[in-house]
Design a binder for this molecule. Structure first.
Ligand code: SF4
Length: 338
């Protein structure tokens, strides 16, 4: 199993600048030996390095640390309820590797915690009471939980009659595939159909170990989806996205969302201008299998939910802001703060 590398900077095979150290003091550095091993150049030109290395720009922006009002929308312990029939359950708060673009990086300094049995029960009760149909078990990374306990959580949600869909969000197959235990998967497969929402952002994140795991998960009957984040300097080119999306499909993983990078404090240096994001999809359309083309998903600040854009979407702009319509039919203006 790959060793975890945390904020002991002396272990790093690269030097942090003063500004990067200041960023790491607020948003701690953490990764795995495996993920570090995918880096080819120890500098900001490398798409994997960019996703794991602290960067001084993280402490330069003034956006909200919680623009999606997750704290306010937490309606039962660890359960975020923002959409009528869908909810997110935060099973734990630890990750194997800190993705520098994480929308929950405000929580990285919290003490590690795992949902208690009582919290799971309460969340399940809430789902039944509100007739939630679709639950996403997220974190942190739920695949870091002991397999038997994750299985117990899934089992508890399976008992809720209103819940039709269960998804588990995990980045562990990307940052440390060896740590995904087959005995955990063997338990979970019996709770199927289960959607595993993966998080590959760049073709450099493929490896024989990761591919073997994907193959096993596919054969075990999991439904594999991927949610990439569009990240400036990492994957904001047609060529990279083409290879990423086709590579996913070839491995039996459906590219589900391409997330517009969230306008969250500490992350906005990764944000790609929205016109460019839609252009990327437009330029790929017709040159790539329709199966490989995901929606562009924009999570609107204010907890207003996601807006999904396709390659033919015509953006309306007012100054530096884009006019978008929420799923509730409300027009809002969206864009990076100057
Ligand atoms: S794995 Fe997910 S929750 Fe964890 S740091 Fe990465 S993006 Fe954030």
């Amino acid at each position: 199993m790959s060793r975890l590398i945390t904020d002991d900077h002396s272990l790093l095979p690269f030097k942090l600048s003063g500004a990067a150290r200041s960023a790491a003091a607020i948003y701690p550095f953490k990764t795995t030996e495996y993920y570090l091993g995918l880096v080819r150049h120890l500098n900001m030109s490398d798409p994997v390095f960019l996703q794991l290395a602290p960067d001084g720009r993280e402490i330069e922006d003034n956006h909200s640390p919680d623009p999606f009002c997750e704290e306010e929308k937490t309606k039962a312990p660890r359960l975020i309820h923002r959409y009528p029939q869908r909810a997110v359950f935060l099973a734990n708060n630890s990750c194997a590797s800190h993705c520098r673009h994480c929308m929950r990086k405000r929580r990285w300094t919290e003490a590690p915690s795992v949902a208690s049995v009582e919290e799971v029960k309460e969340a399940a009760r809430y789902c039944q009471e509100k007739q939630i149909e679709d639950i996403i078990i997220s974190g942190g990374d739920p695949f870091l939980l002991p397999g038997a306990y994750l299985d117990e959580i899934v089992a508890r949600f399976r008992e809720v009659p209103s819940l039709k869909i269960i998804r588990i969000g995990t980045r562990l197959p990307v940052v440390d595939p060896e740590r995904v235990k087959r005995n955990m998967l063997n338990k979970l497969r019996k709770r199927g159909p289960l959607y595993l929402m993966l998080h590959y952002n760049h073709p450099q994140e493929w490896s024989p170990l990761g591919d073997e795991l994907l193959d096993d998960m596919r054969r075990m009957g999991f439904l594999l989806m991927n949610q990439s984040v569009l990240l400036k300097g990492v994957n904001d080119s047609e060529e990279t996205l083409y290879h990423l999306f086709m590579g996913l499909l070839q491995r039996g993983v459906k590219p589900y969302y391409l997330h517009q990078c969230d306008l969250v404090r500490g992350v906005t240096h990764f944000w790609v201008e929205l016109t460019r994001s839609v252009d990327l999809l437009r330029n790929l359309q017709g040159h790539i299998s329709g199966l490989a083309l995901p929606y562009l998903a924009i999570d609107l600040p204010g907890g207003l939910g996601k807006v999904l854009l396709g390659p033919s979407h015509r953006l309306q702009k007012s100054g530096s802001r884009y006019k978008l319509r929420t799923f509730r039919g409300k027009d809002v203006f969206y864009g990076k703060e100057e």
